[in-house]
Each structure stands twice: as structure tokens, then as C-alpha cells.
Design a protein around this ligand. Structure first.
Ligand SMILES: Cc1cc2nc3c(=O)[nH]c(=O)nc-3n(C[C@H](O)[C@H](O)[C@H](O)COP(=O)(O)OP(=O)(O)OC[C@H]3O[C@@H](n4cnc5c(N)ncnc54)[C@H](O)[C@@H]3O)c2cc1C
Ligand SMILES: *[C@@H]1O[C@H](CO)[C@@H](O)[C@H](O)[C@H]1NC(C)=O
Length: 432
């Protein structure tokens, strides 16, 4: 163990005797389970999916999450994730004006910091790496095909009721059950209604076959990875090529006032996408027309006001990740914040010990709450900055249109932060 108390291996800490149930095996649930294991708790995962499927498309982890991945298995997990991730050190990020197509800025990619790397890749592939580490290498028990019907708690325990009728109790339940969380109702005591953000995203991931057979688009696939964004009024189109240009992926955010659906697999129509960019740089339509229609997803972006609390009345059920705080894609922080949550709760539980679980859960919330809320807001501010671009200002100062890389988000070390704040925060809560 290093002097700052941060452990680089896996099971080096003594057992705490704290029994943790994690619900959901997304990045939030897996991250929390891995961190609980590292911190000496007894943890098991329950997941509704009967098997692991490589679902989704592009997902981003900033260096604030990379720093955490790097600590797993002496950097091995991060090295494995790197194989599936975009490498933009040569190319950077080209930002185009939507109509003329001119490149107004090439935003450079910072040098790769091995101890706090950035990852952009296919959700399914990156998830597979983390899933294998949790279940195969660490041997964390995972119960697939177990949908949680409801939650219960009293003063000294909490637990889950499965669809089969089986009840399982623990010292604490971490509900990482995503945007459609069932646990949210147990925690809040009422049903929280999502609202439309006013935007939806068309998104797709496909192989480069048709891109390379067209001389106009082959440039994006023949020289390694690329990343281009077209920014326009109320819409933006982001296109990248990954794994040395072999995979292509794009995301188009556009206004949408239709019904709210949080599904990832809602089919999209290519004709509608093409219609929406008909007045844009023709390169956008050219790229979009290479998309196989069955790979196109239309995803409504729902939003929630920040929940008043993530903690149940007895302090033994905690909402974590998207169940507590859904993010807009323009923050590029949803998954990273879920990972930070896991580190924080696992650290707090260890610091408080088995006799103080509810206190530790509340300390976690207090340490995390304002930071997460501020990070959520960047999703709105970046979207609005892009959608309301003043092009004459960009001409004078192109830097204003770059994707913000915020130091307070990226340089944060969630583990160190929780270690430093645990005692004083626990004291504040106990005195109240
Ligand atoms: C299928 C899928 C595809 C996604 N694709 C992308 C993507 O391409 N890009 C992107 O940026 N983000 C994607 N996301 C969202 C992204 O994973 C999250 O925003 C982020 O990683 C935080 O993860 P989370 O663990 O909090 O939630 P999630 O990743 O949503 O995980 C929640 C998990 O809980 C499980 N669960 C839900 N209810 C129950 C229940 N009652 N009982 C048991 N288990 C339950 C779900 O099956 C799921 O595995 C996707 C999420 C899902 C579920
Ligand atoms: C990447 O692809 C190019 C052709 O597009 C090829 O020449 C090069 O060898 C590839 N690099 C790697 C590391 O596979």
C-alpha cells in the first residue's frame, strides 16, 4: 500500500464483514462491485439480463474514470480497454461549420497519461473487459436473469425481493439499476417522472465497408482513427472511426418533442435523418447514407431534475450511477461519474465500518452530490454553446467552440477525495 492509502492491486485490504448487494451490472454496478471487493466488503451482483450482450454504441470515460480503471489489476484492465478505444493523438477533433463544412478548429488531443487515460469505444466491448475482470478474475458472484421486484429495509438491514419471490438481505443495497430504476421509488417514496430534454439522438455503429468503397469517405478509414463534428443551429453531428478506422460511429443530436422512451433499441429511419441534414455540408449525408438502416437507433434524451436524495430513509439503500443522476451525452461524463460513485461508496463503507453503514452511505451522498450536479450541468452548457454558436465570434477566436476539457472534472481523484473528506463529513452529519 502506498503512503496515501491507495492500493494498486485487488484484494489487499482486510475484510470488513460488510455485506453488499449490487443491483445492475452496467458500468455503475460493476464499478461499485469491484471497488467494494477491493475495499474488503462481501459483494454480490444481481442483474436482470439473462446473459451479457454487447449492447449500445459509443461511450466515453474521461481521465477521472481512467485513473480508477488504472488501479485495477495493476493497470491490466486499462491496457485491455485501450485496445478497443479510439486513438486521436495524430488526428485530434475537427470541428466544422455545419453548412460550409469548413474546419474552424482542430482541437488537439492531449498526450496519453497512462495513470489517468481517456477511453472512447464501443460500450459492449469496454463493458466486456470490466465484466470479465469483476466476474472471472476477481470472482465476484453475479446472479444473471434476476429481476428485482422491490426493495426492503429496516434499522439493521436492507434487501431485495426477486421476481421469484426470494428475499435476500444485506447490510446495504447499492441500486445501480439505470435510468428506469425501480429502486428510485423505494428511496424517494414516490414515483419520479422523467421529462423530455427537448432533444433526441440518432446513433449508429457499423463497419467501414461502404465507407472505404467511396473515394470521398475512404479518407476517414484509411489513415487510422478520426473524429469530426459538424456544429449547427439546434443540432450537432459527431462522427468517428475507431480501431484503426475499421469501425464507424456517429451520433446526431436534434430537437424532438415526441413521446419519451428511454430504450436503447428504438429503431430510427434513415430518411428522417437525411432530411434533417439536407441543408448541411453534403459530407454529412454522404456519411449517413453509408449506415445500414438496421444499425440505426433513435434515442430520446430524457432528463430529470436532480433527485432530492439518493439515500433511503434508513440509510441502507443507495442509488448509484444513472438511477441517481442521468446525464446528457454532451457532458460525456455519465459513465465516468457512475464509476466515481462506486469508488466513493466503497471507500466510505470501509472507513465507517460495519457498525456505521447508514452514516457511511450518507457521507457518500454528501461528498458526491454537488460535484455530480455540477457535472450534469455541463451537458446542457456544452449543448447550448454548440447549438447557439455565433460564427463571427468563432472566426475571431476559434477556441471558444472546442469541447470543454474541465480540470475540475478530469483531475479529480475520487478515491483520494473520499479518504480526505470522510472524517470531517461524518462529523458534520453526526452533529446535525
Ligand atoms: C443496454 C444499454 C446500452 C447502453 N448504451 C450506451 C451507449 O451506447 N452509450 C452511452 O453513453 N451510454 C449507454 N448506456 C448507458 C450507460 O451505460 C450509462 O449511462 C452509464 O454507463 C451509467 O451506467 P449505470 O450502470 O448507472 O446504468 P446502466 O448502464 O443503464 O445499467 C443498469 C443495469 O441495471 C439492470 N437493471 C435494471 N433494472 C433492474 C432490475 N429491476 N433488476 C435487476 N437489474 C436491473 C439493467 O439491466 C442494466 O444492466 C447504455 C445502457 C444500457 C443498459
Ligand atoms: C491501420 O490501417 C492501415 C490501413 O488503413 C494499415 O496500413 C496499418 O498497418 C494499420 N495499423 C495497424 C496498427 O493495424
Amino acid at each position: 500500500m502506498a503512503a496515501n492509502g491507495i492500493v494498486n492491486g485487488s484484494t489487499e485490504r482486510p475484510k470488513t464483514g460488510i455485506k453488499v448487494i449490487v443491483v445492475g451490472a452496467g458500468f455503475g454496478g460493476l464499478g461499485a462491485a469491484i471497488e467494494c471487493h477491493r475495499n474488503g466488503h462481501d459483494v454480490e451482483i444481481y442483474e436482470a439480463f439473462p446473459e451479457l450482450k454487447a449492447l449500445g454504441d459509443i461511450i466515453t470515460f474521461g481521465p477521472n474514470a481512467g485513473r480508477i480503471f488504472h488501479r485495477w489489476n495493476n493497470g491490466e484492465v486499462a491496457r485491455e480497454m485501450r485496445k478497443y478505444s479510439i486513438d486521436l493523438r495524430a488526428y485530434g477533433f475537427n470541428i466544422h461549420k455545419y453548412d460550409t463544412g469548413e474546419i474552424v478548429l482542430n482541437q488537439k488531443t492531449p498526450e496519453l497519461d497512462e495513470t489517468a487515460p481517456n477511453f472512447n469505444g464501443h460500450r459492449g466491448e469496454l463493458h466486456g473487459v470490466v465484466y470479465d475482470y469483476a466476474t472471472k478474475q476477481l470472482g465476484i458472484p453475479i446472479h444473471l436473469g434476476n429481476k428485482i421486484r422491490t426493495y426492503f429495509e429496516d434499522e439493521d438491514k436492507s434487501g431485495i425481493l426477486l421476481e421469484t419471490g426470494e428475499r435476500i438481505a444485506a447490510d446495504v443495497v447499492i441500486a445501480a439499476d439505470g435510468v428506469r430504476s425501480k429502486a428510485r421509488q423505494s428511496v424517494l417514496g414516490y414515483e419520479d417522472r422523467p421529462k423530455s430534454s427537448g432533444y433526441a439522438v440518432w446513433r449508429s455503429w457499423f463497419s467501414n465497408k461502404d465507407m472505404i468503397s467511396d473515394p470521398e469517405t475512404a479518407q476517414f478509414c484509411n489513415n487510422g482513427d478520426t473524429f469530426n463534428g459538424w456544429i449547427g443551429p439546434d443540432m450537432h453531428f459527431l462522427f468517428s472511426t475507431i480501431k484503426n478506422g475499421t469501425d464507424c460511429c456517429w451520433v446526431l443530436t436534434h430537437p424532438d418533442e415526441h413521446d419519451i422512451d428511454e430504450s436503447w433499441s428504438f429503431p430510427g429511419k434513415l430518411s428522417e435523418v437525411l432530411e434533417s441534414v439536407k441543408d448541411w455540408d453534403p459530407m454529412c449525408s454522404r456519411i449517413i447514407s453509408k449506415t445500414p438502416e438496421d444499425r440505426l437507433v433513435d434515442w430520446k434524451l430524457v432528463y430529470r431534475d436532480p433527485l432530492p436524495t439518493w439515500v433511503s430513509p434508513s440509510g441502507r439503500i443507495l442509488l448509484l450511477g444513472d438511477s441517481a443522476h442521468p446525464f446528457l451525452p454532451t457532458s460525456a461524463q455519465g459513465a465516468a461519474q457512475a464509476i466515481e460513485d462506486g469508488v466513493t461508496i466503497a471507500t466510505c463503507l470501509r472507513r465507517g465500518g460495519k457498525d456505521n453503514v447508514p452514516l457511511s452511505v450518507r457521507v457518500h451522498e454528501k461528498i458526491r452530490y454537488e460535484r455530480v450536479k455540477a457535472a450534469q450541468k455541463t451537458g446542457e452548457s456544452t449543448r447550448d454553446m454548440w447549438h447557439k454558436t455565433d460564427w463571427s465570434k468563432v472566426k475571431e477566436n476559434p477556441e471558444i467552440i472546442q469541447f470543454p476539457r474541465l480540470t475540475w472534472i478530469f483531475e479529480h481523484d475520487a478515491e483520494k477525495h473520499a479518504e480526505e473528506l470522510y472524517d470531517s463529513t461524518a462529523k458534520e452529519i453526526t452533529v446535525q
